[in-house]
Design a protein around this ligand. Structure first.
Ligand SMILES: *[C@@H]1O[C@H](CO)[C@@H](O)[C@H](O)[C@H]1NC(C)=O
Ligand SMILES: *[C@@H]1O[C@H](CO)[C@@H](O)[C@H](O)[C@H]1NC(C)=O
Ligand SMILES: *[C@@H]1O[C@H](CO)[C@@H](O)[C@H](O)[C@H]1NC(C)=O
Ligand SMILES: *[C@@H]1O[C@H](CO)[C@@H](O)[C@H](O)[C@H]1NC(C)=O
Ligand SMILES: *[C@@H]1O[C@H](CO)[C@@H](O)[C@H](O)[C@H]1NC(C)=O
Ligand SMILES: *[C@@H]1O[C@H](CO)[C@@H](O)[C@H](O)[C@H]1NC(C)=O
Ligand SMILES: *[C@@H]1O[C@H](CO)[C@@H](O)[C@H](O)[C@H]1NC(C)=O
Ligand SMILES: *[C@@H]1O[C@H](CO)[C@@H](O)[C@H](O)[C@H]1NC(C)=O
Ligand SMILES: *[C@@H]1O[C@H](CO)[C@@H](O)[C@H](O)[C@H]1NC(C)=O
Ligand SMILES: *[C@@H]1O[C@H](CO)[C@@H](O)[C@H](O)[C@H]1NC(C)=O
Ligand SMILES: *[C@@H]1O[C@H](CO)[C@@H](O)[C@H](O)[C@H]1NC(C)=O
Ligand SMILES: *[C@@H]1O[C@H](CO)[C@@H](O)[C@H](O)[C@H]1NC(C)=O
Length: 416
């Protein structure tokens, strides 16, 4: 194989001097596949897929310290015992028409993705340097703050993956959600840098750091997330998640949900701990959101009427710096595209959620806004004693409550 590739490379080299173009190639040495990007900016995705086919079982994949152009969707699944070294940058093309027509289905909420990746016993290392660049500005300007634009792709989806580690990877300017994790278990994602920042009047709505589904035992260590939406969002059937030693800039903080979007479907979120989190100018520290009990239109931008529960969730040891909205937020009123009402109809059961201890301030003075549904009041909601955050303006601390069962703290008004 090596000789063939070398010969091919030689031919390419010769051609190169004539037509000045070197297509992407895979240099296989033993069980290591090194991907050599095209030198003319043409699509490197087919060579990347080929490398995973050749070395994705008991092997390793090397991305050099180069820029790789990704102009088409990738599916690299069923990997096993593989190490991926990303030393360069994966730069996604901005042919939004192509991506909207061709990105791959996630199988939930009509969401789609540019790269679906998975297997067992994978070590994916970015060495603090390897970068996914989604060139998201094009998408922010295209979406113009419209939520869940059809076919707008999740940058990277980890699916059907177990016993694996992702470390030291940088994700900048994500097209949509930065990552999604589905049907996976026993994953560690550490030292992950996410930064989606818009330079225009259009926001970075939907640039979530990660969303999880049908997954168990996920650990998120040392994430830095700068974005305009949820930093880390456990969604349907997520259990045993630990989020630790992380720092979030802007965005919604840790967001449980939204959930309960599918009429009569039963979903759950159980055992989530977020600790040692610093939040700068976030909307919330810990946010729990369910759809109403009435279905209005269809997912992704409509829905409701889902059943199930979210329980055993704790947000502790956090530092809040200028949180815009409230430290603790529960809403069972979620519906998009301007639909309102039905806030007391959700039967999705929220219980045993704890915020604190924590320190810092909020801009508004709101410590908590806890709006539980009349159809499923929330028991065992705790704001830890000593959670003594004040408003930036020295405003009185506010805690609004609706349908919170036997609160152990004082409510200063009702939550809407
Ligand atoms: C391909 O790999 C061989 C052996 O590891 C190496 O000598 C050669 O330089 C590589 N080719 C390219 C184009 O990197
Ligand atoms: C994993 O792959 C490496 C080669 O990359 C091989 O040496 C090792 O034996 C494999 N491990 C198992 C458990 O198969
Ligand atoms: C990658 O290459 C750039 C120059 O193109 C260099 O500045 C940088 O240090 C290199 N990074 C690594 C990790 O080798
Ligand atoms: C996307 O699909 C639509 C409908 O099939 C087609 O009209 C359009 O040309 C496609 N756009 C691109 C960029 O492929
Ligand atoms: C689902 O996505 C497809 C294309 O990805 C789009 O044509 C369709 O309108 C979307 N459905 C909804 C309800 O948004
Ligand atoms: C959870 O996943 C980690 C790997 O991240 C693994 O070491 C641990 O054994 C798993 N825990 C259980 C209970 O399976
Ligand atoms: C995120 O990116 C923006 C724009 O490039 C930059 O100004 C900001 O410092 C970055 N934030 C972090 C935390 O790196
Ligand atoms: C915003 O970012 C885009 C994409 O990186 C770039 O082409 C454009 O020049 C930037 N605009 C400003 C005003 O910085
Ligand atoms: C949640 O944690 C409790 C206590 O450790 C455990 O008994 C329960 O099985 C966990 N739930 C799930 C869905 O794993
Ligand atoms: C409430 O959740 C915590 C974890 O956040 C767990 O340790 C505790 O056992 C739960 N309490 C009940 C009654 O399930
Ligand atoms: C607190 O100050 C900020 C910034 O000056 C202002 O926007 C906000 O309305 C004030 N909040 C209250 C509750 O007075
Ligand atoms: C609330 O917590 C108490 C004790 O911690 C426990 O006995 C009870 O089952 C919990 N109730 C619910 C609905 O979680």
């Amino acid at each position: 194989m090596g000789v063939g590739v070398k010969t091919l490379s030689l031919i390419s080299l010769l051609l190169c001097t004539v037509i000045h173009a070197w297509p992407a190639t895979v240099n296989k040495t033993g069980s290591t596949c090194t991907i050599i990007p095209a030198d003319d900016g043409t699509d490197d995705a087919p060579a990347i897929i080929s490398a995973f086919e050749q070395c994705g079982q008991d092997g390793s994949i090397m991305f050099m310290n180069e820029t790789y152009h990704i102009e088409s969707v990738m599916q690299t699944t069923g990997l096993s015992n593989v190490t991926v070294h990303l030393y360069g940058t994966l730069l996604w093309g901005t042919d939004t028409g192509y991506w909207r027509n061709n990105s791959l289905q996630l199988g939930y909420q009509n969401q789609t993705t540019a790269w679906i990746f998975g297997g067992n016993d994978i070590t994916f290392m970015g060495h603090g340097y390897g970068t996914f660049d989604g060139q998201g500005q094009t998408w922010y300007d295209l979406a113009q703050n419209v939520s869940n634009l059809a076919g707008r792709p999740i940058a990277f989806t980890i699916a059907n993956t177990s016993n694996s580690v992702f470390s030291g990877i940088r994700f900048v300017q994500s097209q949509f959600w930065t990552t999604a994790i589905t049907h996976s278990e026993n994953l560690l994602l550490e030292d992950i840098y996410v930064n989606s920042t818009s330079n225009s009047t259009w926001s970075t709505i939907n640039t979530d750091g990660t969303d999880t589904f049908y997954s168990n035992n996920l650990t998120f260590l040392r994430w830095s997330v700068t974005n305009g939406d949820d930093a880390i969002a456990p969604k349907a059937n997520s259990s045993n998640l630990l989020i630790q030693d992380s720092i979030f800039y802007g965005g919604n903080g840790v967001a449980i949900g939204s959930i309960g979007q599918y009429l009569n479907e039963f979903e759950f979120i159980e055992n989530v701990t977020a600790e040692n989190i610093i939040c700068y100018s976030c909307q919330f520290i810990g946010y729990v959101k369910t759809w109403t009990g009435i279905q209005q239109e269809y997912p992704p931008n409509g829905g409701g009427g889902g059943l199930g529960y979210a329980k055993n969730i704790v947000f502790r040891d956090f530092v809040s710096i200028n949180t815009w909205n409230a430290i603790a937020q529960i809403t069972q009123c979620t519906s998009y595209v301007g639909l309102t009402g039905g806030c007391d109809t959700s039967k999705f059961q929220i219980s045993n959620i704890t915020w604190g201890p924590g320190v810092g301030n909020t801009v508004t003075g709101y410590l908590a806004e806890l709006q539980c549904s009349g159809a499923a009041p929330c028991p065992n909601i705790t704001l830890v004693d000593g959670l003594n955050l004040v408003g930036t303006n020295g405003t009185e601390r506010q805690v609004t409550c609706s349908n919170v069962v036997d609160p152990t703290f004082g409510c200063t008004g009702s939550a809407e």
